[in-house]
Ligand binder design. Structure first.
Ligand code: TXA
Ligand code: MG
Length: 327
């Protein structure tokens, strides 16, 4: 894995205004010194991301919050005590220190304290905040291994810290804690039920007044191959009928019983949500690499523990269909 020298080198690169890819328990991040606008601009260029889309600031611990936010509402302190370090991002009122390029010009800032030991070591060695979007080109499938990061950016990222497979496999939950009621901006590694249980209050879904969260664009997390989400009970019939039309298919199925048709790539998905999430982006990348005419994904159940997965799959389907990149 990584050595102390690797961590020191990565921290030195960040101080020099360079970009470093780093592992977190959710997905890999593309990190830059969050207090250095030119360094953050490098991330946007690398990702091909519109400059109005804000990025998350990663901190070593809640003790560092005061430099980045105006205030820490009681609700945020409660969530931080329970879920940090971990896959939860909270939206705060920003302090004057936060550069506009980090927030997309908004008066808020997204903060996360990751638990991955390599991310923690880097944050502690660096000392400051690390601006870090997911390490993928804009709109693409996120990266959960260093190979994924390399396949997104080639050698354009000066240094990639090795951290193995990301545990959780999908991005952090984002919750806006500023208002009268907490608002869920993106489902993710921490379930909405867990948030509700700890806060003892209802969590709202974003309405028209919610701040922009471009990870919640209708089209996102998309492979290059068109992706269809289909009910499991019709998947097999669809595979047969498309195969008869000569289509080459790549399928993510809950069943290990692969139909005997030609030109088929078959991946078996776990029926347990946690394991499904862990493997999701690697599976989508594999299916995409098959260069089939279409990716077919069996729709997971509409149960609470699948909500973040359903969210990503729905956006991947919209993105691959080239649907408008607006919510
Ligand atoms: O798990 C994660 O959150 C990963 C790892 C690397 O930490 N990061 C990640 O970053 O997913 P990114 O940039 O791919 O997605 C961050 C989301 C975007 O949808 C962005 O719009 C939203 O967070 N966001 C950032 N700052 C915000 C703000 N001030 N208000 C509302 N949304 C914000
Ligand atoms: Mg992302």
């Amino acid at each position: 894995m990584v050595s102390n020298d690797d961590i020191a080198r990565a921290a030195a690169l960040l101080r020099a205004g360079e970009v470093v890819a780093f592992p977190t328990e959710t997905v890999y991040g593309l990190g830059a010194d969050a207090s250095n606008p030119a360094a953050v601009a490098r991330i946007y260029t690398l990702k091909g991301r519109p400059s109005t889309h804000p990025v998350i600031v990663h901190l070593a611990g809640a003790a560092q919050l005061s430099a980045w936010v105006l205030d820490v509402p009681e609700r945020a302190a409660t969530l931080a005590a329970r879920f940090w370090p971990g896959p939860l991002t909270m939206i705060f009122r920003r302090s004057a220190l936060v550069p506009d390029i980090v927030t997309g010009g908004q008066d808020s800032v997204a903060i996360r304290v990751p638990v991955h030991p390599v991310a923690q070591a880097l944050l502690q060695a660096f000392g400051g905040g690390i601006a870090g979007p997911s390490a993928n080109r804009f709109g693409h499938v996120s990266a959960t291994t260093t190979d994924h990061v390399r396949s997104e950016f080639g050698d354009k990222v000066p240094f990639i810290l090795e951290g193995g497979d990301c545990d959780v496999g999908i991005e952090s939950t984002i919750v806006d804690i500023r208002g009268a009621q907490p608002v869920l901006l993106r489902p993710g590694g921490v379930s909405i039920e867990a948030l509700r249980a700890v806060l003892n209050e209802a969590i709202a879904r974003p309405g028209d007044t919610a701040p922009r969260a471009p990870g919640t664009l209708k089209a996102h997390y998309a492979p290059g191959t068109p992706l269809m989400l289909v009910e499991p009970d019709v998947a097999l019939e669809l595979v047969h009928s498309l195969a008869r039309q000569g289509k080459r298919l790549a399928v993510l199925s809950f069943s290990a019983l692969q139909p005997l048709v030609s030109g088929l790539t078959w991946r078996v998905a776990s029926t347990a949500a946690e394991a499904y999430a862990h493997a999701l982006y690697a599976n989508l990348r594999d299916l995409d690499a098959a260069r089939a005419d279409m990716i077919i994904v069996e729709r997971p159940p509409e149960r609470a523990e699948w909500s973040a997965i359903l969210d990503r799959l729905t956006r991947a389907a919209a993105g691959s269909a080239g649907e408008d990149d607006e919510p």
